[in-house]
Design a protein around this ligand. Structure first.
Ligand code: BGC
Length: 445
């Protein structure tokens, strides 16, 4: 692998940018612990409980829809700042909520913020990364998501005794504030600057971020790509020549969700209880175990992505997910009292294989495969699909379990994963080590 030299400023920008992923994971998972206490505090009916959970996803879908246009118009950096500020506002509303209505507003605002974050974070990281480290740098987003989920679980656990749900939410303010303050010193991405005819600033940023002396050739290539189809409106996006990348991004986003990851992330304690874990607390501890595996396996993937490439990791990850889901389905089919350990091991290996492949690489690829001219808008469509499918799974998973049974439900997820494996094997390109402009030339002629 070619040794790449980037500056401390690049690492700083990756770190501050990736804090968005942490907020995403934290907001997603903090409700699991808080809900137990919100229900009695606000006398929530099951339907209202459902709304408190899903309002975040509805808000996120809305946020994702605006994020692409916003990132194209005001720039990636300002969009990051806006999302972090919204995250603080949403968290404050949640922590000080005195009524069900305020809770819903807080969840919606927090949702909008993570909808924007889920688009702009991988986009920003991809555009500031040097090609040979892009896999790792963009996947810091996923690493941060998994850390956010784990920290939310741990924080919920630490306030479980006191039942302080306000604090379970409020901790999100610390990383969000850090991103707002640290974000003031972030550079705008060179590609966006060039697209907006700010060549000098683009060159200055490249000089600050790379020490490989290839600024000019980098810049020329970016300029070519920025000027090839400047008016990247919605019409450009639906041109036939872009259709295949558009469909590929949609398929990846949908597969990442409908293969069942959030059924596990949201309902792990419930699944463990069905599998025979006696007490609620042992089921919660097992979920923390899942959070730890998720972080560790993502770290492993971040390390390998720029060495092995995207395709081998995606395909291995999917094969592992299929095997784990089939094992889980078989364990529930046996209905024996001793399935708890099998359920634990297969759920953990399922999460590990997701974290090696489909987890990080979906976000990476949807930031890599679209041409610069339409990147923001195309990502909006892919990320919108991600939130819609996320919502769908969280809505129907428990019903699937009660109507079809656990065994058939997990078998269904394994069938969807087999379809994903075939589609990915057939259509996903290898993007390892290539510049975004090179990928664009290869995929969209
Ligand atoms: C997915 C989330 C999921 C998380 C789990 C992300 O890539 O988009 O929906 O909860 O991974 O680690």
């Amino acid at each position: 692998m070619r040794k790449e030299r980037y500056t401390f400023y690049t690492l700083y920008s990756v770190f501050i940018g990736a804090l968005g992923g942490f907020l995403y994971g934290f907001q997603l998972a903090s409700i699991a612990g808080a809900l137990i206490f919100l229900t009695p505090a606000f006398h929530l009916t099951p339907l209202q409980e459902g709304w408190v959970v899903s309002m975040l996803l509805v808000g996120a879908f809305g946020g994702a829809l605006c994020a692409g246009t916003c990132a194209d118009r005001i720039g990636r950096k300002k969009t990051i700042l806006l999302a972090a500020a919204l995250c603080i506002a949403g968290t404050l509303l949640l922590s000080f909520a005195t009524s069900y209505a305020l809770l819903l507003v807080g969840r919606a605002v927090a949702g909008i913020s993570i909808g924007i974050i889920s688009l702009v974070t991988p986009l920003y990281l991809a555009e500031i990364s040097p090609p040979h480290s892009r896999g790792a740098f963009v996947s810091f987003n996923q690493l941060a998501i998994t850390m956010g989920i784990l920290v939310a679980y741990l924080i919920s656990l630490s306030y479980a005794k006191s039942g302080d749900w306000q604090m379970m939410f409020a901790w999100a303010i610390a990383p969000a504030l850090m991103q707002v303050i640290g974000g003031l010193f972030l550079p705008e991405t060179p590609s966006w600057l060039l697209q907006h005819h700010r060549e000098e600033s683009g060159l200055a940023t490249l000089k600050k971020m790379r020490i490989d002396n290839q600024w000019q050739s980098c810049l020329d290539e970016m300029k070519r790509s920025a000027s090839s189809h400047k008016k990247g409106g919605w019409k450009t996006l639906f041109q036939p020549r872009l259709r295949h990348v558009l469909v590929l991004g949609l398929a990846l986003s949908a597969f990442q969700q409908i293969t069942g990851i959030n059924a596990v992330i949201y309902f792990a304690p419930k699944i463990f209880q069905i599998a025979g874990f006696a007490s609620a607390s042992s089921a919660i501890f097992a979920s923390v175990g899942i959070g730890v595996i998720n972080v560790l396996a993502t770290l492993f993937s971040v390390f390998l992505l720029d060495r092995l490439g995207r395709r081998p990791l995606l395909l291995t990850g999917l094969i592992g997910m299929i095997a784990s889901l089939l094992a889980l389905s078989f364990a529930f089919f046996l209905k024996s009292s001793s399935i708890a350990p099998i359920a634990l091991v297969s759920l953990m290996s399922y999460v590990a294989f997701f974290a090696i492949g489909l987890g990080p690489i979906t976000w990476l690829l949807i930031a890599e495969i679209y041409p610069l001219a339409v990147r923001g808008k195309a990502m909006t469509i892919a990320v919108g699909m991600s939130w819609m499918s996320n919502y769908l799974i969280s809505l129907i998973f428990l019903d699937l379990i009660s109507y079809l049974g656990s065994s058939i439900t997990f078998c269904l997820f394994s069938l969807i994963s087999i379809i994903a494996l075939i589609v990915i094997w057939r259509y996903v390109p290898e993007t390892k080590g290539k510049r975004l402009e090179e990928i664009e030339n290869e995929l969209v002629r």
